[in-house]
Design a protein around this ligand. Structure first.
Ligand code: UD1
Ligand code: CA
Length: 458
């Protein structure tokens, strides 16, 4: 039997009070809905359908061909949203695993377990429920005196007794396709909210079909995200989970509550991560590297034994044994070689360096190809931008760049060159040269007194 997943992601997410549609909102740097799709792809689901509506392009741009789409033009509730997939699913033999796009923490082994339980019990409808001491905001699972589920009642429609029910609807269901769409067509608009509730299928099905619950043990994985406070809670849960798994794999994390590691980051054993650090995107941290304190690494590769302290590394690579920081910024496809030192207040953009190169203080290196054993003196920079275009600087091996040198690009500095401090270099420098490009110093002896009158001069 084929298994379909139906993600409901058309809602406005009014309670979020943000521009971005809720299901696209990031959790640890990754859109919520991507977590769901990734897990579905790993599960036994054969095909994913997503219901989109409010700002639908944002969602379809994120998921592209990973899903097919049903469109809900007007947001008339979860029942109405599900019905929009009828043309795609109602004629198909099989089950549909319905889940909301605002529930990013459920992982595929649990998804598979829920689907398996639906099949093994021979259910027509399985409602995934959870127990909450404080069930506020969730639909309550109402049972009769024999414990049979008879309906789900939304918070605003609950009477006082129903409000006390601690078993709530997670908004995840497994339903046999035909039963689902036949029943959905009978769902009436809820007067109070003016919406068609998906939850109303429970009351319509319980006498004619086999309706059961699957209760998840850890309600944290089925929490729904409705506002920015929920986002922070989900991030905390996910952060703890991710950090713990790295620690169990041999990564030392100091003060882990202050360390954020994205879902897709790879960290090898023996790495140390110090407080207030963020490592996100497609980053890889190799053995024995040290990150932090106070550093951000995004979409970057940090090689073995490298150290990043109080610094920002974006879209870049840092070679073995290289130290970065404090207060350095690498970005724009920078590739720093082995045994380099990129020190205090140094920015490197779209540049590569060879081995044993150093820029220890106050440099800007942009659009440059730099060789081995190059020393950037304090304050030396590449002048890569003329106000219109960016130009390249090529620097060979064994080059010594004095303090406060401006290298005006396009420029080639060959091997074994020494550039005198304070030079503004505009012409290529041949191999083996000493280059001086500054005015000669003049010392006018005995001249001070013409400029500054001594204070005790009467
Ligand atoms: C829903 C359930 C509630 C459950 C809770 C669990 C209903 C009526 N209520 O309430 O029983 O306890 O989830 O988190 O189903 N959506 C659409 N189109 C719409 C409306 C919503 O696609 O017209 C999507 C949203 O994008 C969202 C999901 O459906 O991803 C759930 O909608 P939401 O408004 O968050 O439902 P809840 O009020 O949380
Ligand atoms: Ca919700």
């Amino acid at each position: 039997m084929k298994k379909y997943a139906l993600i409901l992601a058309a809602g406005k997410g009014t309670r979020m009070k943000t521009e971005l549609p809720k299901c696209a909102f990031p959790i640890l740097g990754k859109p919520m809905i991507e977590y769901i799709v990734e897990n579905l792809e790993k599960s036994q689901i054969d095909e994913i359908v997503t219901v989109v509506g409010h700002k639908k392009e944002v969602i379809t741009d994120l998921l592209k061909e990973r899903s097919t789409y049903a469109i809900q033009e007007e947001q008339l509730g979860t029942g109405h949203a599900t019905l929009q997939a009828a043309s795609l699913l109602e004629d198909k033999e099989g089950v549909t695993f319905i889940l909301p796009g605002d529930m990013p923490l459920m992982e595929y082994p649990l998804m598979d377990k829920i689907i398996r339980s639906h099949e093994e019990m021979g259910n027509d409808l399985t409602i995934v429920s959870m127990m909450f001491d404080n069930p506020k905001g969730y639909g309550r699972v109402v049972r009769d005196e024999y414990g049979v589920v008879t309906s789900i009642v939304e918070e605003i429609d609950c009477n006082d007794a129903q409000k006390q029910i601690k078993e709530v609807n997670s908004s995840v269901y497994v339903v046999n396709n035909q039963a689902l769409f036949q029943t959905l067509k009978k769902v009436k608009k809820n007067d109070r909210k003016g919406e068609y509730y998906l939850t109303d299928i429970v009351e319509l099905m319980h006498q004619t079909h086999k309706v059961n619950t699957f209760t998840v043990r850890d309600p944290r994985v089925t929490m729904g995200i409705n506002d920015l406070y929920n986002i922070s809670i989900a991030e905390k849960i996910l952060r703890d989970h991710i950090n713990k798994s790295h620690m169990l794999n041999g990564v030392s994390i100091i003060n882990p509550e202050t360390v954020t590691i994205g879902h897709d980051v790879i960290i090898e054993e023996g790495v140390w991560i110090y407080p207030n650090s963020t490592i996100v995107g497609d980053s890889i941290i190799k053995k024995y590297a040290k990150i932090g304190p106070n550093s951000e690494v995004r979409d970057s590769i940090i090689d073995e034994y490298a150290e990043i302290r109080h610094s920002l590394v974006i879209d870049s690579k840092v070679g073995k044994y290289t130290t970065v920081g404090p207060f350095a910024h690498l970005r724009g496809h920078t590739d720093i070689g082995e045994h380099n030192r990129i020190g205090n207040f140094v920015e490197v953009k779209n540049s590569t360096t060879g081995k044993d190169t150093k820029a220890a203080h106050l440099s800007y290196i942009g659009d440059a190809i730099v060789g081995n054993r190059v020393n950037f003196g304090c304050g030396s920079i590449t002048v890569n931008y003329d106000g219109v275009n960016k130009h390249k600087t090529n620097i060979g091996d064994d080059v010594f760049i004095g303090c406060n040198v401006n290298m005006v690009a396009p420029l080639t500095v060959s091997d074994e060159v020494f550039i005198a401090a304070g030079s503004t270099v505009t012409k290529d420098i041949p191999k083996g040269s000493l280059s001086i490009a500054r005015n000669q110093q003049i010392n006018k002896e005995d001249y001070y007194k013409h400029l500054i009158k001594p204070k005790n001069d009467k």
